[in-house]
Design a binder for this molecule. Structure first.
Ligand code: ATP
Ligand code: MG
Length: 202
């Protein structure tokens, strides 16, 4: 918004509190937007941890390689399986498992286990930005109670920002968000038979 200088709002004290951002909807760009925030955090040397609730995959996407390179640039060690950078980290949750197995109790237990790792990060005040990538799915499937997620986010250290991504965000998550954006599909290359491209999706 381009307000005339005299009308620009002064920054209220409340602006120092951490924000909750939600990127939802069916269109492309939710995880990409979250990664943009991770990049900004890196620039400011703010510790940022992204926890991904995606189906386990051995595939290393561009973002995993980038975080590894950021760490290498800083001469940092790279303990696996999370890729630790000087300030940014991506943790793939549910390693070695596949979401949506035949056994719902197993899925629920796995989701709870993954959530426990998120809850730890949401208590860690050294982490300035927490990205909960695709967390909307385990909530929608009923593996995680929306109430537990909301409570942990509400009780996080003051000043910590949280980014939530995933389709079909539960109303509780939308209510919690300070900023919420719905990515809406106008077109997607997949529909024209164009496969996922390096640097764009991978
Ligand atoms: P991205 O990771 O590309 O920012 P996203 O997080 O918005 O996408 P997801 O719902 O997580 O989207 O989808 C995972 C994959 O599906 C991504 O590779 C993404 O590009 C692709 N995708 C996103 N939206 C669509 C769509 N409308 N039709 C087909 N594929 C899509
Ligand atoms: Mg995504």
């Amino acid at each position: 918004m381009n307000l005339p200088v005299e009308k620009k709002p002064s920054i209220p004290v409340a602006a120092k509190r951490g924000l909750v951002l939600l990127f939802t909807g069916n269109g492309k760009g939710k995880t990409t937007a979250a990664l943009g925030i991770l990049l900004r955090a890196y620039g400011h040397q703010m510790r940022c941890v992204m926890l991904s609730f995606i189906k386990a995959t051995d595939r290393r996407y561009g973002e995993h390689k980038a975080v590894e390179k950021m760490a290498a640039l800083a001469g940092a060690d790279l303990p696996g399986p999370g890729l630790r950078g000087p300030g940014v980290e991506i943790i793939q949750l549910g390693d070695g498992f596949t979401w949506l197995s035949e056994n719902i109790d197993k899925d629920r237990a796995l989701a709870q286990e993954c959530w426990a790792r998120c809850a730890d990060i949401l208590r860690d005040e050294s982490v300035k930005i927490v990205i909960l990538d695709e967390i909307t799915y385990p909530v929608t499937y009923g593996w995680l109670a929306a109430e537990d997620v909301v409570t942990a986010i509400r009780n996080r250290p003051e000043g910590q920002h949280v980014v939530i991504t995933g389709r079909d965000a539960a109303p509780e998550l939308l209510a919690l968000a300070d900023t919420a954006t719905e990515m809406r599909v106008l077109k997607h290359a997949f529909d024209a038979g164009i496969p996922a491209a390096k640097g764009i999706e991978l």
